[in-house]
Design a protein around this ligand. Structure first.
Ligand code: ADP
Length: 191
């Protein structure tokens, strides 16, 4: 299987690039952020627990992430070509969780693709997105905390995969197609 974790700070374009990656490489898509938002929209207990943390820009507890992942993995096709993870793993504990989860499917993470974008650009993009999509966590205060959480908890995950030679950094500045071409080049070299 071709299993990729798309990594990068909030607003780095993971969602946009994910759509293109799954279409080209025919991968199953697991975005923990989308799964959490779906739980909130459904009004489930899990969604209720997650909402206040997401609105504050904090990470949701790993136990909840494991629950939504278990649910999603169960519904995957047996003969899936691979999985694209978006927004997961987001801390070091989750790096161990993904290893265990993929081991259960007799496979492992092939690579992490790290989208690199400068912080000034990120804030700009996210405020624009807020105006269009109205995501409740895209306000200046929450965005600031999401960056703090990213620096403290999420960035070390990239170092973890760098040590295993599995982390590929891609310049996340440019047009959607330019960035996608860079990502494709990395993926094509993995296969
Ligand atoms: P972004 O990467 O732009 O912040 P996401 O949709 O990936 O957007 O995440 C939105 C929020 O959902 C996060 O701020 C966090 O509260 C929660 N979240 C998403 N994925 C995870 C995860 N793997 N672990 C913990 N919390 C998560």
């Amino acid at each position: 299987m071709l299993n990729i974790a798309l990594f990068g700070p909030p607003g780095s374009g993971k969602g946009t690039q994910s759509e293109k990656i799954i279409e080209k490489y025919k991968l199953a898509y697991i975005s923990t952020g989308n799964l959490l938002r779906a739980e909130i929209a459904e009004g489930s207990e899990l969604g209720k627990c997650a909402k206040s943390m997401m609105d504050a820009g904090n990470l949701v507890p790993d136990e909840l992430i494991v629950q939504i992942l278990e649910k999603k993995i169960k519904n995957l096709d047996k003969d899936e070509k691979g999985i694209l993870f978006d927004g997961f793993p987001r801390n070091l504990v989750q790096s161990y969780i993904i290893t265990g989860l993929l081991a259960k499917l007799n496979t492992e993470l092939t690579a992490m693709i790290n989208l690199e974008v400068a912080e000034e650009e990120l804030m700009d993009r996210m405020l624009k997105r807020a105006a269009i999509e109205g995501r409740s966590d895209d306000n200046p205060e929450t965005i600031k905390n999401r960056f703090v959480q990213y620096e403290a908890k999420t960035k070390p995950v990239a170092d973890f995969y760098k040590e295993m030679d599995k982390c590929y950094t891609v310049d996340g500045l440019g047009t959607i197609d330019e960035i996608f071409a860079r990502i494709s080049k990395v993926i094509d070299q993995l296969k």
